[in-house]
Each structure stands twice: as structure tokens, then as C-alpha cells.
Design a binder for this molecule. Structure first.
Ligand code: IPM
Ligand code: MN
Length: 355
């Protein structure tokens, strides 16, 4: 099979971690008789520096023409510390999500037995935790009208959701729950927000269509607490854009490292696969960042974009083996830390030998 992959490495550690994912994809392709064809395109601060736009039209075209997008990270401190900057790298990511219609962001949270000791939570609480966070990605406060008063001393960000936007993401939530352990937690703030009340109303309308699913409703503040108290109680969680952004960062540390969590963004056009961590500028160019989240994002790409489940499993097995053998970057083991590129080479090698 020919795999047409758009590669948007982006900023910071993006290019280094993407290189490792490509090594792994190539090894799997070699093993299984596929051919990966990569088309690189600019995004983020790198694109602003080059052409003044964090998601140039040319990049969008490359994404639209591809079967899948492998995305690194975007963001640069020179923009973070300048609240007056008009053009920001993050706008590139948000425009890409909007223009590709990526309304659902899937963030699976899974614990690795060999890393349980790295979790900030007690082993008995996290052992076996395995849930799917589904974050709405193209609506809510991220995309509502925003602005400032004339004197600059008042600012607003509107949170807007339509029935159609809510229904399509909840549908995905119910469907995932059906495929998994039939438990869906709808997270909102319906005691305060009107958008949340509409979410809850629509979820209650839809729930009878999925009688086998145990549907629960949880306020986001309570969910933040429950996630670290009883992570094993979750199966599928579905929530709006900003709640999902915050809760998935929280959920990610349960596994022991933010450097491990992949994500898939799916919707109307080409799907995008990216690690949930950011561009980690302090580590850029040092060959120390953990490439595993990006490698696991490539596994999600095989599974969702190409429906090649076996290939995805080959990658996951290699990652599990590297963790078991402690062939890891410094975020996991400071004393015996391996380099980013060494981990990539190890994984590709493992796949060639064992996959
Ligand atoms: C994420 C990131 C982005 C978001 C930023 C970089 C705009 O934090 O993908 O979770 O907030 O969605
Ligand atoms: Mn985030």
C-alpha cells in the first residue's frame, strides 16, 4: 500500500521527534511491504519566519492532498512572552484544525506496566488505567468571537456551540463507548454555562439510543478531581474544547510522562496525528526529547488513517519493549538516558528484527 503522508514538523523539538517517527514508519513499511511517501510542509513559528503565515495555503494544500498528516509541535517562546504579537504559531494549529474540519481529538490514556513507578499517583490507583478522552476540537471558546474594548482594558472570548457540533462529537463518544467498556462520561459545567446545558440536554436526548451505554454526567471541576483519584473509573470521556485541553494534560501525567501520549484528530478531511505535548523549546536541537508520543501517534495513523491495525500493534509492541528494557530518554531515566535519535534507531531496529 502507498501511504501518502504530509509531514508538518513545526517548531522546537518537532523536527527531531518527527525524524524518529519516520524511521519507525519506514521500518514497519519495509516489514509489511508498504511504501511511505512524505511531503514536508511549513507550519508554526518556522512558517512565520519563512513566509509570514503559520499555516500557509501551500501547507493546507499538502494536507488536503495527503492520506494522513503527521504533525510535530508548534510554539516559540518569543511569541509566548509577547502578548501583543498579531501573528502567532498557535494560530496555525487552530487554522489547520478548522480548515481540515478536525472536530474530534482522540487522546487515549494508557499506562505501561514498566513505568508505573514514574506516575505521581500510587501504583494501585493507576495500574491498568485505560481510557479514551474525546475532545471537541473546532468549537467553543477557542473559536468564538474575541476582542478588546477600545481602551484595551476589557477583553472577551465567546464560547459558542451549535446542536450540530455537539451531536457529532457526542455520537462519536457513544460509539467509542460501545466499542469499549460501554461507559461514557460527559464532562461539562452545566451548573453555570449555557453551552454546557445544551451539551447535557443533547446527551440526554441521545442516551436512550445507546441503552447499553452507562452514561454519566460530571462537572469539569469534579472530573479534574476524579481523574486523579479514580482514573480506573473512566472508560470514554467526551467534552468540549477547552475542558478537554486541560483535562488531557492532567490525564497524561497519570502515565508517568507527558512525552508518551499520542493523539488523533479526525473530522471532515485528512486526519492529523500528533503528540499531545508541546514544542519544548528548552530541549530543541539537543537530541534529548522523548520521541515516543510521536511514534505512538504514527501507530494511531496506521490504525485510523490506513486501517492497518497490525502495523499499529507492531509499533506499540516495540515501544513497550523499549520501556521494559529501559531504553528511554532523560524524562524517564535521568541516569541512563538515551538520546532521541538512539531511541528512534532502537525502535526501528526492533521492528526490523521482531516486528
Ligand atoms: C493542544 C495544545 C493546543 C491547544 C495549543 C498549542 C493551541 O495545547 O493541542 O492541546 O490548546 O489546543
Ligand atoms: Mn493542550
Amino acid at each position: 500500500m502507498k501511504l501518502n503522508i504530509a509531514v508538518l514538523a513545526g517548531d522546537g523539538i518537532g523536527p527531531e521527534i518527527i525524524d524518529q517517527a519516520k524511521k519507525v514508519v519506514d521500518a514497519v513499511c519495509e516489514k509489511k511491504g508498504h511504501e511511505a511517501i512524505y511531503t514536508e510542509a511549513l507550519t508554526g513559528a518556522a512558517a512565520i519566519d519563512a513566509v509570514g503565515d503559520p499555516y500557509p495555503e501551500e501547507t493546507h494544500k499538502v494536507c488536503m492532498d495527503a492520506d494522513a498528516v503527521l504533525f510535530g509541535a508548534i510554539g516559540h517562546p518569543k511569541f509566548d512572552n509577547d502578548p501583543t504579537a498579531k501573528v502567532r504559531p498557535e494560530q496555525g494549529l487552530l487554522r489547520m484544525r478548522k480548515q481540515l474540519g478536525l472536530y474530534a481529538n482522540l487522546r487515549p490514556v494508557e499506562t505501561f506496566p514498566s513505568l508505573l513507578h514514574k506516575s505521581p499517583l500510587r501504583k494501585d490507583l493507576v495500574e491498568g488505567a485505560n481510557f479514551m478522552c474525546i475532545r471537541e476540537l473546532t468549537g467553543g471558546i477557542y473559536f468564538g468571537e474575541k476582542g478588546r474594548s477600545e481602551d484595551g482594558n476589557m477583553a472577551f472570548d465567546n464560547c459558542v456551540y451549535t446542536r450540530e457540533e455537539i451531536e457529532r462529537i457526542l455520537k462519536l463518544g457513544f460509539e467509542y463507548a460501545m466499542k469499549r467498556n460501554k461507559k461514557l462520561t460527559v464532562v461539562d459545567k452545566a451548573n453555570v454555562l449555557e453551552t454546557s446545558r445544551l451539551w447535557r440536554q443533547i446527551a440526554q436526548e441521545m442516551a436512550p439510543n445507546y441503552p447499553e451505554v452507562d452514561t454519566q454526567y460530571m462537572f469539569v471541576d469534579n472530573a479534574a478531581m476524579q481523574l486523579i483519584q479514580w482514573p480506573k473509573n473512566f472508560d470514554v470521556m467526551v467534552t468540549e474544547n477547552m475542558f478537554g485541553d486541560i483535562l488531557t494534560d492532567e490525564a497524561s501525567v497519570i502515565t508517568g510522562s507527558l512525552g508518551l501520549l499520542p493523539s488523533a484528530s479526525i473530522g471532515l478531511h485528512t486526519s492529523v496525528f500528533e503528540p499531545i505535548h508541546g514544542s519544548y523549546p528548552q530541549a530543541a536541537g539537543k537530541n534529548i526529547a522523548n520521541p515516543v508520543a510521536t511514534v505512538l501517534s504514527a501507530a494511531l495513523m496506521f490504525e485510523y488513517a490506513f486501517e492497518l491495525k497490525e502495523e499499529a500493534e507492531i509499533i506499540r509492541k516495540a515501544v513497550a519493549a523499549s520501556l521494559e528494557q529501559n531504553f528511554v530518554t532523560e524524562d524517564i531515566d535521568k541516569e541512563q538516558a538515551k538520546k532521541t535519535s538512539e531511541v528512534g534507531d532502537w525502535l526501528a531496529d526492533y521492528i526490523r528484527k521482531n516486528g
